[in-house]
Design a protein. Structure first.
Length: 299
């Protein structure tokens, strides 16, 4: 098997300890042609100094938090690889994970994107993602295998609608054709958007179960925090506007109204009133056009 140069672009924002563990994991990877680029989104926890003291890697320091897409895009400017490996800082990897991804991509030139089997870092045999499917009629991006115990049910390499951006191998020539990540998402669905653009350009996204990684799910923003809820809602509507047909947009609105009623019931019963404000903020972004340059309040 050929071993083309891979540029691993590891994105970090105030995750020093996670980042160190991620880089230690990457050091053990059995792939001979790998360069590592750490992109820091204006961290305030001394992440950059910690990396410099422990690792020989390229570091890109952004002056502000550019989010997932913006951070990945800034890493591209210094990447030399034939493949780009986009990674969150909160993952650890199997030592053969990259070899397995490259093997699939090099075997089939139609593969523009490849993603691994993703496990829960805290429950080693519980799945987080085995690829995903896009349902534009309801505005749902469903990941296979979530919370399932791995018993081999997702052990077949196959084409999927998307793979999660926590670890995503991308052919450089694909970026030359479709461009970089859409930065308006900031966080959430920028990876799905990238995959659907690849599909429209004639490339496929491959789920590769022999490639294995472990993800500290929602380590940065929390599983259902007000901030994550705001961006999830806002970006879901952005995605629908970009890609849904008129019929799909109509069915999405109907489903969204039904879903919203359930959501308000959940907030009352579970006493999660703190989620109501980001719900309306997410809608307001679309209805009023305000906050289009919104960034994280921690900046």
């Amino acid at each position: 098997m050929s071993t083309p140069l891979v540029s691993a672009i590891v994105l970090n924002w105030n995750g020093r300890e996670d980042l160190i563990e991620c880089l230690e994991s990457l050091k053990e990877v059995n792939y001979p042609n790998l360069e590592i680029i750490v992109v820091d989104n204006a961290s305030t926890d001394d992440s950059v100094d910690a990396v410099r003291s422990k690792f020989e890697v390229t570091i890109v320091e952004n002056e502000q938090n550019l989010g997932f897409g913006g951070g990945c895009n800034s890493g591209l400017a210094v990447a030399s690889g034939e493949y780009l490996l986009f990674m969150n800082n909160d993952v650890t990897v199997d030592d053969e994970f990259l070899t397995e991804l490259i093997k699939v991509a090099e075997t089939d030139p139609s593969v523009g994107i490849a993603g691994p089997k993703v496990y829960n870092y805290y429950k080693k045999h519980e799945l987080c993602s085995a690829g995903g499917k896009i349902d534009l009629a309801r505005g749902i991006m469903r990941e296979f295998g979530v919370f399932e115990e791995d018993s081999g049910q997702y052990d077949r390499t196959r084409n999927v609608d998307f793979v999660t951006g926590c670890v995503m191998l991308v052919r450089k020539s694909l970026i030359d054709i479709i461009g970089v990540f859409d930065q308006q998402y900031f966080i959430y669905l920028d990876d799905v958007d990238f995959c659907i653009r690849a599909s429209k350009a004639g490339f496929v996204t491959a789920y590769v179960p022999s490639s294995k990684i472990w993800h500290k799910v929602s380590a940065t923003f929390g599983y259902v925090s007000p901030l994550s809820f705001y961006y999830s809602l806002r970006n879901r509507i952005i995605f629908e506007k970009k890609y849904a047909s008129d019929v799909q947009k109509f069915t999405f609105v109907v489903y969204f109204m039904y879903e919203s009623a359930l959501f308000f019931g959940y907030c009352v019963l579970r006493k999660r009133q703190e989620l109501i404000r980001p719900f309306f903020s997410g809608l307001s972004w679309h209805l009023t056009g305000k906050n289009k340059r919104r960034v994280l309040p921690h900046n």
